[in-house]
Design a protein around this ligand. Structure first.
Ligand code: MG
Length: 248
């Protein structure tokens, strides 16, 4: 091989190898994008401490005040804020957010009273209502029998939890909930939404359909794209802290 033809062959092969590598990279990238992920780079957020709130969350209660809330009866929310904790004030009524939300991820921490009073639905009852319509039950379900679809972390009267992951009375517990609302479709039919719920980190509701019928004691009825988050006054001094959500 003369030197000229050697260099022609060498550079030609190098160029072809480069082209091949570039093509493979492009194909690999396209395959990733086509494989279900977005082609756009996901935004960077700060997840915050364990239990959040992440940097892109809307903080609904950080321990200081109820400025994001109002009474379901009208006017200011009447529950008690003390030492960074929100406590249900019996008889003052449910409280709901001033802002409305649709598809959300919600984090709520709650504790039933350390002093056990009553039984069944009368022990440590409250609730987290999505769109003021659909209740994820808050109840002291530690050694406290009730109907299964009415115990803690049940989608009230619709779906019992997969397991009872309740902590003891007085101990802090967490709910992490992904909610998609039932929406009125263009054809007039309801398009079901869903609940996925983790109780103390344990999966208890796995993509359960939300068909649009409000649970008992709901503030509103009828399927809607958005609504306020509501916490229930069921006359029990249940405590709350660290409440935040992310719009999805
Ligand atoms: Mg309740």
């Amino acid at each position: 091989m003369n030197p000229d033809s050697f260099f022609v062959t060498f550079f030609s092969r190098t160029a072809r190898a480069g082209l091949l590598a570039a093509t493979l990279l492009t194909l690999q990238h396209s395959a990733r994008a086509a494989g279900g992920g977005s082609a756009a780079e996901p935004p960077v957020i700060n997840p915050g401490p364990v239990g959040g709130p992440p940097s892109d969350a809307i903080v609904l209660f950080d321990g200081t005040d109820l400025s994001k809330w109002q009474s379901a009866k009208g006017g200011a929310a009447g529950w008690t804020v003390e030492d960074g904790v929100l406590t249900v004030k019996a008889g003052s009524g449910d409280i709901l957010t001033k802002e409305e939300f649709g598809d959300v991820q919600v984090h709520v921490e709650w504790a039933s009273p350390a002093e056990v009073k009553g039984d069944g639905q009368g022990r440590g009852n409250s609730g987290v209502y999505f769109e003021g319509r659909y209740e994820i039950q808050v109840l002291d379900s530690y050694n406290n029998k009730t109907y299964f679809n009415g115990q803690a972390s049940a989608f009230y009267l619709h779906s019992a939890p997969l397991v009872n992951a309740c902590r003891k009375p007085g101990e802090w517990q967490s709910y992490d909930i992904v909610f998609h609302p039932a929406k009125p479709g263009a054809d007039g039919k309801i398009q079901p939404g869903s609940f996925t719920v983790f109780h103390n980190g344990v999966l208890v509701q796995d993509h359960i359909p939300v068909q649009g019928d409000a649970t008992t004691s709901a503030k509103f009825s009828g399927a809607a794209a958005t609504g306020p988050l509501m916490l229930q006054d069921h006359s029990c001094p249940v405590r709350y802290r660290n409440i935040w959500l992310r719009r999805l």
